[in-house]
Write a protein that binds this ligand. Structure first.
Ligand code: 4AD
Ligand code: MG
Length: 418
C-alpha cells in the first residue's frame, strides 16, 4: 500500500515499500521513518521480532525496504500513525549516503541524480507534473490539437546569437529556439494547435530565470487577433493555477506558498502599454525593459500584468498595428512578485509583402525564411499565438528562487551533467 493511502484508509495490517528516510534505536526498539513517493510513516521494530529487528538494526539510510506490520494510532508519530513491523526486508542495502549534512549548492548539482530524491523535489516535481496535466486539459477543452514539431531546424526564430549549432551530416543545423513557425504552418490543417516541447537557447545569461533547455508550451490559432489571444491566455493562466492548486495544495503549502494568494488571481489582468511601463519605471524611451525592469514592474503587483504596444524592433514576425504602425500587436505577460515575463505572444505578420519588408527591416536574409514566407502565399489568414515558459511558471507558482529547481536535470550555461 502507498503511504498516503495508509493515512486515509487506516487498515489494520499493511505492507509498504519504500526507502529508509531516518533511523535510530533506543531501548530495544528501532525507529525508522520510511518514505515512498506519497509520504512518510514511522516504523517501529521491537527486539522480540527476531529477523525483522536484526535487519532494522543493520539498515542504512536510503536502503530500499519492504515492511509488513500492524497499523497503530500513536499521537507521537508524524501524522499520528505508526507501523509496528512484523517483517522488515532489506531489498538493497544502501552504501553510505553522500548527502547527510549541509553541502554546497555546486556539490548538490554534481550529484543531482541523487539529490532529487529529497522531499522538496518530490513536491516540486508533483507541481510540475500537475502543470503539464493542467495545460493539456485546458487546451483539450478549448478544442486545440496537440502536435509535435522538429527540434532540429535550419532557421532562427528569436535571434541568431542564441542558437546551438549542430553538425547535421556535414551541414549546419540548429536546435530549435521555438516551435512557433511550425505551428503557424499547422494552422492550415488544424486551425488551433499547441505543442509542449523543449526549446533551446544558447544565451550566455546566468540568471535565476534562464535555462539553456527549457520546456515551452506554444499555441497558434487561425482567425484570432492579439486581443483575443490575450483573453485566451488569461483563461489558460486562471485554469492552470486552479488545477495545480487543486491537485497539489499540500505540496504548495509544504513549500511555503500562500495558496489563498494563488486562488485570488482571477482575470482580467491589468494592461500597460510599453510607454506606460517606461513612464511607471521613470526611464527614457531609449531604454529597454529587461529583467530588472520587469522585476520593478511586478514586485508589488498582486496579479499578472500584460505589456502591450512594443516598439517595432521587438521581433520581425510580430504584426505592426495598422492604425499605429510604430507599435506591434503583441504582448508579454509578466507575473507578480518580481517574477516577470512568463508568456510572450501576439499577432503574426500574415501578408507576404509585409513579411518580406519586416525581414529586410531586421537585416535578415529572405532566403533563410523561404518556407515561412511560403505560408503567406496560399490562403494566408490572420493568426496569433504565444509561448509560455513552463519552467518559469513552476518557479513562480512554487515561489522558488532559481529556475533550475523546477526541473530534475537542469541545463544551464555552465552545467549539462548529470
Ligand atoms: O519570449 P520568447 O523568446 O518567445 C518566443 O520564443 C516566441 N516564438 C513564442 C511564441 O510566440 N510561440 O519565449 C517565450 C517564453 C518566455 O516568455 C519565457 O517564459 C520562456 O519562453 N523562455 C525561457 N524560459 C526559460 N529559460 C529561457 N532561456 C527562456 N527563454 C524564453
Ligand atoms: Mg519574450
Amino acid at each position: 500500500m502507498r503511504i498516503k493511502e495508509l493515512f486515509s484508509q487506516k487498515p489494520e495490517f499493511a505492507e509498504i515499500r519504500g526507502w529508509v528516510y531516518r533511523i535510530r534505536s533506543s531501548g530495544g526498539i528501532v525507529f525508522a521513518v520510511v518514505r515512498d513517493s506519497t509520504g512518510i510513516i514511522q516504523v517501529t521494530v521491537k527486539k522480540e521480532k527476531g529477523e525483522a529487528f536484526k535487519n532494522a538494526s543493520e539498515v542504512s539510510l536510503e536502503s530500499s525496504v519492504v515492511i509488513k506490520g500492524r497499523i497503530k494510532v500513536d499521537e507521537r508519530a508524524p501524522g499520528g500513525l505508526e507501523l509496528e513491523s512484523e517483517t522488515f526486508e532489506i531489498i538493497s542495502l544502501a552504501e553510505k549516503f553522500p548527502i547527510q549534512e549541509d553541502y554546497s549548492e555546486e556539490y548538490l548539482l554534481d550529484i543531482r541524480h541523487i539529490a532529487i530524491r529529497a522531499r522538496r523535489y518530490s513536491n516540486i516535481f508533483k507541481i510540475r507534473s500537475a502543470t503539464f496535466n493542467a495545460l493539456r486539459d485546458f487546451f483539450n477543452e478549448e478544442g486545440y490539437y496537440e502536435t509535435q514539431c522538429p527540434m532540429i531546424v535550419t532557421s532562427m526564430v528569436e535571434g541568431g546569437s542564441a542558437m546551438f549549432e549542430l553538425n547535421y551530416f556535414g551541414k549546419k543545423a540548429y536546435l530549435t529556439q521555438s516551435s512557433q513557425f511550425y505551428l503557424e504552418a499547422l494552422i492550415y490543417s488544424l486551425e488551433q494547435v499547441y505543442t509542449i516541447a523543449p526549446s533551446f537557447r544558447a544565451e550566455k545569461s546566468r540568471t535565476p530565470r534562464h535555462l539553456t533547455e527549457f520546456w515551452h508550451c506554444e499555441a497558434e490559432a487561425a482567425w484570432v487577433n492579439n486581443e483575443e489571444m490575450m483573453r485566451f491566455e488569461e483563461r489558460m493562466v486562471e485554469s492552470t493555477i486552479g488545477s495545480v492548486v487543486d491537485s497539489c495544495e499540500s505540496e504548495l503549502i509544504e513549500l511555503g506558498r500562500d495558496v489563498d494568494f494563488l486562488k485570488s488571481i482571477k482575470p482580467p489582468f491589468e494592461r500597460l502599454t510599453y510607454k506606460q511601463a517606461l513612464k511607471e519605471l521613470g526611464i527614457g524611451e531609449e531604454e529597454e525593459i529587461g529583467a530588472d525592469e520587469e522585476y520593478a514592474l511586478t514586485i508589488k503587483r498582486k496579479k499578472p500584468v500584460f505589456i502591450t504596444e512594443f516598439p517595432r524592433k521587438k521581433g520581425f514576425y510580430h504584426r505592426p498595428d495598422p492604425e499605429k504602425p510604430e507599435v506591434l500587436l503583441c504582448h508579454d505577460l509578466l507575473f507578480p512578485e518580481g517574477y516577470g515575463e512568463i508568456i510572450g505572444g501576439g499577432e503574426r505578420v500574415w501578408d507576404k509583402n509585409e513579411l518580406i519588408e519586416r525581414i529586410k527591416e531586421f537585416n535578415l536574409n529572405e532566403k533563410d525564411y523561404e518556407w515561412y514566407i511560403d505560408l503567406r502565399r496560399y490562403g494566408s489568414v490572420p493568426h496569433s499565438g504565444f509561448g509560455f515558459g513552463i519552467d518559469r511558471f513552476v518557479r513562480w507558482i512554487a515561489k522558488l528562487n532559481h529556475i533550475r529547481d523546477t526541473i530534475p536535470f537542469p541545463r544551464t550555461i555552465n552545467r549539462y551533467y548529470p
